[in-house]
Design a protein around this ligand. Structure first.
Ligand code: MTE
Ligand code: CO
Length: 390
């Protein structure tokens, strides 16, 4: 202090010289000092990048909205690059009037704006048999939460007129994987959307530009990107993504199918393995995310001693149904080892289970729907590791 901090006592370059003017950055990007804040993949998980996944850097974010450029990507056949003028949405099957819409047609329907999380059913899927990946980006980063703008699916279905025998909807993508999923008509009429906007701008190509299906609270695989066709039928189609994939093998050899809802879940994003404690003992902010496909989150508990004592965390910012919730727990760290966990409870009363509780019911052969409680071990230096305790 006596010597004086040169960052206070001396004039810096950015203070001495004029900066770039307006229009130097017509579509803005983050500061050059944020270059490490990027989506990342795990190279050994998939054999190539075309049918693969990368992960949202949750440990670098705050609040509940995921910036468009950081939303994790999951493609089964790469990114389709579609000229919206060449794109069509078709409705066929058990409807009074089969229809084809242009993008201009879709934008003439009344639209709505909704903030929702999208979680891949395989999020945390690598953790079924024990702690595996070191960082919440990799253990929990197959999730994002953005503001969608679009037309309620119900409006489009009513325009075509669903016949009384119509009970199911097949959604199909225009990409090389031609992703197809069967969705019960009840859900389609309840809160699904055909979205063309995210966070106030057009969908990004990675997220399905020019249109994607939004299926609030349900597994990400059903949110068909580059949406090109909706078919109405009287039973599910039993496509690849609902038979060989996105089913959950149980200990008795049978598989759960059509497990749509993403159950109540939470994770501490800071501190975490990629974001260790660097400031030593004293005031420490613990922060994380909680969500439930059933609706809102009622409460989040945090423990620093592996579950012996639980404290109610503070939820800050909007608490919207089927959207991420941001929680905080502030305390004075005495510099001793910690076992950090968070546990969410949703408005239907569902409590996030421990990983052992989950395995006692579902075994460990699954990939999908792992909503077990995550543990981070903090050592005395503030370094952090993904562990499991029982
Ligand atoms: N839709 C199409 N057409 N093709 C795809 O590969 N991947 C699905 C779903 N919709 C996919 C798709 C899967 S498994 C998930 S988890 C989400 O899109 C991922 O959405 P995102 O890439 O916007 O994160
Ligand atoms: Co997925």
């Amino acid at each position: 202090f006596a010597a004086g901090d040169p960052l206070i006592t001396e004039i810096q370059d950015w203070n001495r010289y004029l900066g770039e003017g307006v229009d130097a950055r017509p579509y803005g990007s983050p500061s050059q000092f944020e270059a490490h804040v990027v989506r990342k993949n795990v190279p050994w998980l998939t054999s190539d990048a075309v049918s693969s996944v990368n992960f949202t850097p949750l440990h670098e974010l705050d609040g509940i909205v995921t910036p468009s450029g950081l939303c994790f990507e999951r493609h089964h056949g790469g990114i389709a690059e579609i000229d919206p003028a060449q794109h069509r949405l078709m409705i066929n099957g058990m409807v009074e009037k089969p229809l084809v819409f242009t993008m201009a047609d879709l934008k003439r329907f009344p639209r709505e704006n909704k903030l929702y999380f999208l979680e891949c059913a395989a999020n945390s899927g690598m953790e079924w048999r024990g702690a595996q990946l070191n960082g919440c980006q990799y253990t929990h980063g197959m999730i994002h939460c953005v503001m969608y703008t679009g037309v309620p699916l119900r409006t489009i279905l009513e325009e075509a007129g669903v016949k009384p025998e119509g009970k199911w909807l097949l959604a199909e993508g225009a990409d090389a994987s031609a992703m197809t999923r069967s969705i019960p008509l009840e859900k389609a009429m309840e809160d699904c959307m055909v979205a063309f906007g995210m966070n106030g701008e057009a969908l990004r190509p990675e997220q399905g530009y020019p249109i994607r299906l939004v299926v609030p609270g349900w597994e990400g695989n059903m949110w068909v990107k580059w949406l090109r066709r909706l078919e109405i039928g009287d039973e599910p189609w039993h496509q690849r993504e609902e038979t060989s994939k996105y089913t959950d093998l149980l200990p008795n050899g049978k598989a759960r199918r059509f497990t749509y809802v993403m159950d109540v879940k939470s994770v501490i994003t800071n501190p975490s393995p990629q974001a260790p404690i660097t400031h030593g003992k004293g005031p420490l902010v613990i922060s994380g995310l909680a969500w439930s496909g059933n609706g809102r989150i009622n409460r989040v508990d945090v423990t620093t001693d592996g579950g012996r004592n639980w404290h109610t965390a503070r939820i800050d910012g909007p608490a919207l149904p089927k959207a991420l919730h941001r929680f905080y727990y502030e305390f004075d760290w005495d510099g001793s080892e910690l076992f950090l966990q968070s546990r969410a409870i949703d408005e239907d009363g569902f409590v996030q289970p421990t990983k052992d509780e989950l395995r006692s019911v579902r075994g460990s052969n699954s990939i999908y729907h792992n909503n077990g409680i995550q543990t981070w071990y903090v050592n005395k230096d503030g370094g952090i590791e993904n562990v499991e305790i029982s």
